[in-house]
Write a protein that binds this ligand. Structure first.
Ligand code: LU0
Ligand code: CA
Ligand code: ZN
Length: 448
């Protein structure tokens, strides 16, 4: 959700905004047909949020104050941000003294009649997988590669959809004593590209076993876990009317409020709600929920991660949680600007940074500590590191800015998923001893 800081950011911002402004009409022409048309989504539903360019915020502290309005920051530029905000949140941002400019809305499949339920992606997006399509694809891979890939239902979402964990390894049915690595996707409903990322990894790692030496070696020596959809309810809700709703949270009702949903990436049980990095208002984009791990989806994955403690040792050594957008590789902590302190030694920080920078060099993303964007509390990678000592990263995928924001066309899927192949393989390779990245394997990874 945001963007690298570039000297002369103003020009960059203008270019980004222009490209956003241009992208929608071009998309509209491309997909126009008697049965499809682009509708400005607020025309159909005045309650849907919009993206705005906000001119002024230039520091992490200013962006953290901005997030306190309940809006979500989607892009960060030198002296501006792009936010997703509803009407009330936009008014609050204005009251902070900032100038707002509304950006084009995402496209719709066809003229939307109230109450209609399309439950699919619009034209130009049909290669994205709905929950049912992803399940079918996964089941097909499990049937094709039973010795390499196994599927577990680790729990259900609020609305009762299965949350899956796929395991990839040689001798997949055995729990071998091998470093384990976790990939998670789709905490945020509108970030559909991340499900495609998970499906790409499942396909690539199974199909290339036996022919690609690097992948073969990794599956022979690692146990890889992929949770392809942490927020199936939110994802389905986002596409249900044929018009993207810019939905972020899960679909859990909130007691005493008509507002629905918890921001899963503010709900994890480490420093939950500690530091002005989330909201206590159920109507806000970054609502942290009424208690740590109150969201069933967070409970399911937390329990799964705890289940990987074998003989008193967490087996999962490294992780990536996929998000969109802004092309970033982020590492903990998000709750503090400090690089080191309780829970993060200098060597640990240096290891995070060394691996993160190397991965970013491979995919062209920008590497940085998460809090450089803005403060977050209750995010998954703070929990994975702070509570479980997993070297956990967040990847913010394509685009850097413009390019369709949360809704890039499906034509980008192959390029933007395979773009992370090298980074993923690097993380898998380093998982047996992350401290090798700073040359301290003798100190930290001696057996016995
Ligand atoms: O949860 C978020 O706000 C993330 C960024 C953090 C992991 C620092 N951005 S997103 O919501 O736009 N994916
Ligand atoms: Ca194992
Ligand atoms: Zn996200």
């Amino acid at each position: 959700m945001r963007l690298r800081r570039i000297p002369g950011g103003r020009t960059t911002v203008l270019a980004a905004v222009l490209s956003l402004a241009l992208a929608a009409p071009i998309a509209a022409q491309a997909q126009d047909s008697p049965t499809t048309a682009v509708a400005a989504h607020a025309a159909a539903d005045p309650e849907l949020p919009h993206q705005y360019e906000v001119t002024g915020p230039a520091t992490s502290a200013e962006r953290t104050a901005l997030v306190a309005t309940g809006a979500a920051v989607d892009e960060v530029h030198a002296r501006s941000v792009v936010v997703t905000a509803d009407r009330a949140q936009a008014a609050q941002v204005r009251r902070l003294g900032y100038r707002l400019r509304k950006l084009p809305d995402p496209p719709a499949a066809r003229p939307v009649s109230p109450g209609s339920r399309v439950k699919d992606f619009p034209a130009g997006y049909t290669k994205y997988h709905t929950y049912a399509e992803a399940t079918k694809e996964i089941d097909g891979l499990v049937a094709k590669y039973p010795a390499l890939l196994s599927k577990q239902v680790i729990g259900t979402s609020h609305e009762g959809r299965d949350i899956l964990a796929l395991k990839l390894s040689k001798n997949v049915t055995k729990d071998e004593d091998e470093p384990e690595v976790l990939f998670t996707a789709h905490q945020h409903a509108r970030e559909h590209l991340t499900v495609e990322m998970a499906l790409y990894l499942l396909d690539e790692l199974t199909a290339k076993y036996g022919s690609d030496a690097r992948i073969t070696k990794l599956l022979d020596s690692r146990e890889i876990w992929i949770v392809p959809d942490l927020n199936p309810d939110g994802g389905e809700y986002d596409i249900a009317t044929g018009q993207f709703r810019s939905w972020r949270k899960n679909r859990q009702p909130n007691a005493g409020s008509s507002e629905v949903g918890t921001d899963l990436n503010r709900n994890w049980d480490f420093k939950w709600g500690c530091c002005d990095g989330s909201s206590g208002d159920p109507g806000d984009e970054t609502y942290r929920g009424p208690a740590a791990a109150s969201a069933p989806e967070v409970q399911v994955v937390s329990k799964f991660v705890h289940s990987r403690v074998v003989g008193g040792k967490q087996q999962i050594k490294a992780a990536v949680d996929f998000h969109t957008y802004s092309e970033l590789v982020l590492w903990p902590f998000g709750f503090t600007h400090d690089e080191t302190g309780p829970g993060m030694t200098q060597d640990e920080h240096d290891t995070f940074a060394a691996i993160g920078k190397k991965m970013a060099a491979s995919n062209g993303y920008t590497p940085e500590q998460s809090s450089e964007l803005y403060i977050t509390d209750g995010a998954i990678d703070d929990w994975l590191w702070g509570d479980q000592k997993v070297f956990a990263y967040t990847f913010e995928m394509y685009p850097s800015s413009g390019g369709g924001g949360f809704y890039p066309k499906d034509s980008v899927i192959p390029k933007e998923t395979s773009r992370n192949r090298e980074a993923v393989l690097q993380l898998l390779e380093t998982a047996d001893c992350p401290y090798r990245a700073i040359g301290k394997q003798e100190q930290y990874c001696k057996q016995g």
